[in-house]
Design a protein around this ligand. Structure first.
Ligand code: AMP
Ligand code: MG
Length: 501
């Protein structure tokens, strides 16, 4: 096993107990990079429960101190700021070198559960990988990532998290001048499919092997004992991604930019750019303004994930087997398996949404039937499934209210009720379980836009703060937050989300 991931040093009185395994990897894995100076750092948000989970000792620190640390002005003891190298397919086009162009990894900590977590500043200034970018982040995208990533975790979906957001006091120039901000992101790691592609494109098989062993030690411990540990790693990543995408589909989440550099090998959701949760159910829905051809539409996400995993498998060929034909066969097998793994994960999640304890293959057409009714009836994805919880206890009125033609639901519900008759749960227990599979609150795009507009144009962060509070408990029926459950009015609909990078 690699020695690249070592146990944490036990040092008292440090703010962060950093133990920076990625910094111990040589160039070109990473390049040291200090964050840039900013004019007037001001704290927007600091996630105290997450800080506690990470063992960060900032209890009692002033907002000014927090702003200095989480804008990169004060480099805490033990931090080894760096930019990671990676490549990636962007909208299908391979770019051999991307890398952290505006993200700077401060270091890694071992959290309370013994898990190694990255702490990274996003918008911390230029790096050798910035290409033509300014290395900065605008306030809007920072707030969006804060809200959506925390919502994902609260929904039970693997995701990077939000530790802090800080205003820089400096403008960033996009289409117009916007307030600049720095976002502090926490991830199981920031290693991507594109990280493997970076070394594959350079023909550096030794580095590929080292990266694979590092990922095994960090994310898939135990696999090193497998006969072909690198094949086992590929299969494990395929499995986690199949589960992740099924999770997204089950809550109506559209990532928006599923490039291979935005797909982690840990199985966490990463890089919340022009992402959104669907309001009205439409499988062809696209949100990103840069996605002209609908490559990353809702319904395409499973196929795109498999395509990305094929690029990973391709990159790993040299370390799967010294015989190229054998390596190709292994890689193909692993990638083909995605379809079945995804289908099984989807059935499990969607089955839970309609209240079936142990979904069977025969439930697939039943679930698809409901989705058809929803698509034809212009139904709100989240509201309809939440309303179905009441229908499971005999009250169909809430579902009827979601549909243009309620009789289409009644026609479907006959087969559904028949199926529930064979399901071993009481109606009360079933409805309760369904309320844990069908969220009451998702971070709706028009609400995010309203929170951003309020922060950007009037420096009022109250709507942002309220929304963070709302999405923290997505499965609880909380009347006080009912305003977050309603779909957008016609004039509130957000048709496209701009990348705003
Ligand atoms: P993203 O769209 O955030 O996934 O980024 C894609 C690539 O562009 C990554 O290599 C980023 O580091 C880089 N990038 C995005 N925005 C900027 C920026 N403002 N300055 C420098 N690099 C950037
Ligand atoms: Mg990215």
């Amino acid at each position: 096993m690699t020695s690249d991931v070592r146990p944490a040093a036990d040092e008292a009185r440090r703010i962060f107990s950093f133990d920076n395994s990625y910094a111990r990897l040589p160039a070109p894995f990473q390049l040291p990079q200090r964050p840039a100076a900013v004019s007037a750092p001001k704290l927007i948000a600091f996630n105290r429960p997450l800080a506690a989970e990470l063992g960060i000792d900032l209890e009692g620190a002033s907002d000014q101190r927090l702003a200095a640390i989480f804008s990169g002005q004060e480099i805490a003891e033990g931090a080894q700021p760096l930019a990671m190298a990676y490549a990636g397919h962007q909208f299908g086009q391979f770019v051999p070198q991307l890398g952290d162009g505006r993200a700077i990894l401060l270091g890694e900590v071992i959290d309370r559960n013994g898990e190694r977590r990255d702490i990274q500043l996003k918008g911390g200034g230029q790096t050798p990988f910035s290409r033509r970018g300014d290395g900065r982040a605008a306030l809007g995208p920072v707030l969006r990532e804060y809200i959506v990533s925390e919502a994902m975790v609260a929904l039970g979906i693997p995701s990077t998290r939000a530790l802090a957001a800080v205003l820089t006091g400096d403008p960033v120039y996009r289409e117009t001048a916007l307030p600049g901000a720095v976002f502090t992101r926490v991830a199981a790691s920031h290693i991507r499919v594109g990280t493997f592609q970076f070394f594959a494109a350079r023909g550096d098989h030794e580095a590929l092997r080292r990266l694979a062993d590092y990922v095994i030690a960090r994310h898939y411990p135990g696999l090193e004992h497998q006969e072909n540990s690198h094949l086992a790693l590929l299969k494990a990543i395929v499995t986690r991604q199949a589960e992740l995408i099924a999770h997204w589909m089950a809550v109506g989440f559209i990532h928006g930019v599923m490039n291979t550099d935005n797909m982690t090998v840990s199985g966490e959701t990463i890089d919340f750019g022009p992402c959104a949760f669907m309001d009205t159910y439409d499988p062809a829905k696209v949100f990103s303004s840069i996605d002209q051809f609908g490559r990353y539409a809702y319904r395409n996400q499973p196929a795109v994930a498999q395509w990305n995993l094929a690029r990973l498998a391709e990159a790993m060929l040299p370390i799967l087997d010294s015989d190229i034909d054998a390596a190709v066969e292994m890689a193909n097998g692993a990638v083909i398996d995605f379809a079945q793994l995804y289908q099984a994960a989807w059935l499990k999640r969607m089955g839970a949404k309609i209240g079936v304890l142990n979904p069977e293959e025969g439930d697939r057409p039943l679930i698809e039937g409901l989705l058809d009714v929803m698509a034809q009836g212009g139904a709100d994805f989240t509201l309809t499934f939440r309303a179905l919880c009441a229908a499971a206890e005999g009250d169909d009125a809430p579902v009827h209210a979601c549909l243009a033609d309620p009789s289409a639901f009644d026609a479907w519900a006959g087969a559904w009720r028949e199926r529930l008759g064979r399901d071993a749960q009481t109606p009360t227990a079933r409805a309760e379980a369904m309320r844990h599979a069908n969220p009451y609150i998702i971070p709706r795009n028009h609400r995010i836009e309203q929170a951003i507009v309020s922060a950007v144009s009037t420096a009022d962060f109250a709507p942002f703060e309220r929304m963070v509070e709302a999405v923290a408990k997505p499965y609880e029926t909380r009347d006080a937050f009912a305003e977050f459950t309603t779909p957008p009015q016609e004039d509130e609909v957000v048709l496209r989300t701009f990348c705003g990078t």
